[in-house]
Design a protein around this ligand. Structure first.
Ligand code: NAD
Length: 320
């Protein structure tokens, strides 16, 4: 593949996504502020760059996978940021896969569209930005089975599709700038609430004398069936291979959780949802309630456990 791709943010997700691009034949150059991870890539023979600006100078496409909005603003608009060479710049396409608020995605998209290209390629007059956050976690990043939700120009989405499909199995076009970020926070809002709903139903069910196994059978063949009940059941011992069956750690879960943002990211994503709701003057009572409960979990010292441990939290509430 002839396209040079710059990848910035080589954490739990980004390092695996960059590896999949390399496996698919892209010429990849990378940058991260963490020297250890940079060394890991340079040991593999991958060119490493000292700043986002240097990445931009070497790349046709740049992908960012950073913790939150402030990091994205820094990498794009900071002193050595991607847009330093605004007039003119090399990359024609900039893709941000971080989970951030839609307002920031739109702001960065506008900053990108104010730049011009060093070399006009194809029909592209200006560099284009896509917000393309992902669902799927570390295992999906590793296996290349992520789902991308993409906001920005549809032409740019179509041009970027082969890149998305090198790192994921689905890429869904959501609409204009910021709608990918909006889709992601809405997905995680629904996930956070569905996990609470399922957990609450199991706690009540057990108190009313229905075993968790039986209730699982019922839910999964009835109208309450959802990912939290049929793929990520929060009750210990009901399903094999889920965090709940390993004290909310271990195997898949611990890999996902150790030192990463996956658990916090739910609290983080709920904050993003709550903030976005406020900005558009919408009341989202379940979001606020879920935000409170997951924040409480973090404060109680469970921040490194899988978020499905919210099931157990109901019992700790009763014990006190
Ligand atoms: P991570 O903390 O493991 O990785 C982030 C990386 O960005 C780190 O290597 C860090 O050194 C680097 N970084 C931070 N600031 C930087 C800067 N200014 N310049 C260059 N590099 C910088 O996080 P992650 O788990 O890979 O998550 C990344 C994003 O993906 C987050 O927005 C998260 O919400 C989202 N996400 C994560 C998961 C998951 O399961 N981990 C799933 C879906 C979405």
């Amino acid at each position: 593949n002839e396209k040079s791709v710059g990848f910035i943010g080589l954490g739990n997700m980004g390092s695996r996504m960059a590896n999949n691009l390399i496996k698919n034949g892209y010429k990849v150059a990378v940058h991260d502020i963490n020297c250890n991870v940079m060394k890991m890539f340079s040991d593999m023979g991958v060119p490493t760059k000292e700043t986002p600006f240097e990445v931009a100078e070497a790349s046709d496409v740049v992908i960012t996978m950073l913790p939150s909005s402030s990091h994205v603003l820094d990498v794009y608009t900071g002193p050595n940021g991607l847009l330093r060479s605004a007039n003119p710049m090399r990359p024609q396409l900039l893709i941000d896969s971080s989970t951030i608020d839609p307002q920031t995605s739109r702001k960065v998209s506008v900053a990108v569209s104010n730049c011009i290209l060093k070399e006009k390629k194809d029909h592209w007059e200006k560099p284009v930005m896509l917000d393309a956050p992902v669902s799927g976690g570390v295992l999906a990043a590793e296996a290349g089975t992520l789902t991308f939700m993409v906001g920005g120009s549809e032409d740019a989405y179509l041009a970027a599709k082969p890149l998305f499909l090198s790192m994921g199995k689905n890429a869904i076009y959501c609409g204009g700038a910021g709608t990918g970020s909006a889709a992601k926070i809405c997905n995680n809002l629904a996930l956070a609430v569905s996990m609470l709903g399922v957990s609450e139903a199991f706690v009540l069910g057990q108190s009313l004398g229905i075993s968790a196994g039986t209730l699982t059978k019922v839910l999964n063949t009835s109208s309450a069936r959802c990912w939290s009940s049929d793929s990520y059941n929060p009750v210990p011992g009901v399903m094999e291979g889920v965090p709940a069956s390993r004290n909310y750690t271990g195997g898949f879960a611990s890999k996902l959780m150790v030192g990463d943002l996956a658990y916090f990211s739910l609290a983080k994503d709920l904050n993003l949802a709550a903030t976005s709701a406020k900005e558009v003057g919408l009341q989202c009572p379940l979001t606020y309630q879920a935000q409170e409960i997951y924040t409480e979990l973090c404060k109680d010292g469970h921040e490194n456990k899988d978020f499905s441990c919210v099931f157990r939290h109901y019992y700790s509430g009763q014990d006190e």
